[in-house]
Design a protein around this ligand. Structure first.
Ligand SMILES: Cc1cc2nc3c(=O)[nH]c(=O)nc-3n(C[C@H](O)[C@H](O)[C@H](O)COP(=O)(O)OP(=O)(O)OC[C@H]3O[C@@H](n4cnc5c(N)ncnc54)[C@H](O)[C@@H]3O)c2cc1C
Length: 393
């Protein structure tokens, strides 16, 4: 529990990144208020694919992100036992060009420290009998399935138990302070209609794909490009492992078994407004067609739902599809641009939420001149059910 005199940090955004940061900062002895305009995890966090990345998907073209993923994959399994289906993943070769990609993929996984094992077609189909008969082989990696809601709830639950003040349905409408110095936030309590201010030593922008909009409240340009993608949930489990195509990332090339569903994803484009996302029918059809090439049973399965969500990717303007942008994460201390008391943490994956929080926490304590090391890699999280109990109390 933080001292009453400890610096106060306001976090904007109750997705996985904000939740992990609240947990990180209270463990470092800081006072934390987190504000979220809707329900917790209602942004991209509550709508993602549910793949605990090994990093293999990024090993060839985005090695920085690959290394982040395998490191965080290992840490999350340790600090959140029971939150994952430890089912592993197969990157499946369907044709000769996939086999040629294998020659870059296997050494790239090795170079990023991702354990990988090559399997011939029969061995791969023994592990995953639903794979197409014609596959040429597959690479086994430590991907896994995670529950998109319950993992972040464990961060919120532990942060609450350690004294964080978590305020859902509280929208930041503006910042307080003067030009060049942020001293807090102006919020609207959407449940009561009350408007009030919260003072802070540091305000953190953890607003995911909305980070650009929040940055503009402070007069800074945050280089976050909302990059939506479509996901399609099919009834039934067409596979028990995470199945990906062994080729450079493309549409419809991942199937994640999630409870009694198979989730096919995803597409990628760049949007201006993350509140205005469509679910283009041609993307849905592409998911179905590509998913069925890997797992033929998907061709006859019933669609349970189709939706889209926006990735909060960091990169310069001008990206065409979002696939060319790295999945790594960045922390911006806007003091460097002449705005004191305002920090942004953006980019990354749901898999790297803890690592993003560690980076932002390091920047914040350094800015405050404190010695307070990160402790989240060794702290086992409370179960997600503790969150509901704490909220009801
Ligand atoms: C289609 C798709 C599939 C994906 N699949 C995977 C996957 O399988 N595995 C994986 O690791 N990653 C995956 N990702 C990436 C992952 O979902 C995101 O990187 C992650 O969820 C981002 O979390 P966040 O907390 O940064 O953002 P968000 O979850 O979007 O949280 C930001 C929050 O800020 C709030 N907010 C915005 N403005 C304000 C304001 N003014 N006041 C208060 N609150 C505000 C929003 O309501 C939102 O809840 C996927 C992404 C997409 C789009």
């Amino acid at each position: 529990m933080a001292l009453a005199s400890a610096p106060r940090i306001v976090i904007i955004g109750g997705g996985g990144t904000g939740g992990a940061l609240a947990h990180d900062l209270v463990l470092r002895g800081l006072r934390v208020v987190l504000v979220e305009r809707h329900g917790l995890t209602s942004g991209t966090t509550g709508r993602h694919h549910g793949l605990l990345h090994s990093g293999a998907r990024y090993a060839v073209n985005d090695p920085e992100s690959a290394v982040e993923c395998i490191r965080e994959n290992r840490i999350l399994r340790r600090i959140a036992p029971g939150s994952f289906e430890e089912n592993d993943g197969l990157f499946v070769a369907l044709d000769e060009s996939d086999m040629a990609y294998r020659d870059r993929f296997l050494p790239a996984c090795d170079a990023s420290g991702i354990p990988v094992r090559w399997l011939g077609p029969s061995a791969a189909r023994r592990l995953e009998p639903g794979l197409a008969d014609s596959i040429l082989g597959a690479a086994q990696v430590p991907d896994g399935t995670m529950d998109a809601l319950r993992l972040p709830l464990r961060f919120f639950a532990t942060a609450l138990a350690n004294g964080a003040d978590i305020r859902p349905y509280t929208e930041v409408e503006g910042l307080t302070g003067s030009t060049g110095c942020v001293t807090g936030v102006r919020v609207l309590d959407r449940a009561t209609g009350r408007r009030y201010k919260i003072g802070a030593d540091v305000v953190v922008n953890a607003a995911g794909p909305w980070a650009g909009r929040v940055g503009r409240m402070a007069g800074v340009e945050v280089p976050v490009r909302p990059s939506p993608g479509v996901l399609v949930a099919m009834r039934g489990r067409a596979c028990n492992m995470v199945i990906s195509r062994l080729h450079p990332s493309a549409d419809g090339d991942i199937v994640v078994p999630q409870r009694m569903l198979s989730i096919i994803g995803t597409s990628s484009w760049v949007a201006e407004d993350p509140d205005d996302l469509e679910v283009p029918e041609d993307h849905v059809q592409r998911m179905l067609a590509e998913g069925a090439r890997l797992l033929p049973a998907l061709a006859g399965a019933e669609i349970r739902a189709a939706w889209s969500a926006a990735r909060p990717l960091v990169g310069a303007r001008g990206a065409a599809t979002g696939r060319e942008l790295s999945r790594t994460f960045k922390c911006f201390d806007h003091d460097d641009e002449g705005v004191e008391g305002f920090v942004t943490i953006a980019g990354g994956k749901a898999t790297t939420l803890r690592g993003m929080a560690e980076l932002a926490g390091d920047v914040i304590v350094a800015r405050l001149g404190l010695e307070a090391p990160c402790r989240t890699a060794e702290t086992v999280l409370l179960p997600h059910t503790a969150f509901h109990r704490a909220q009801a109390a």
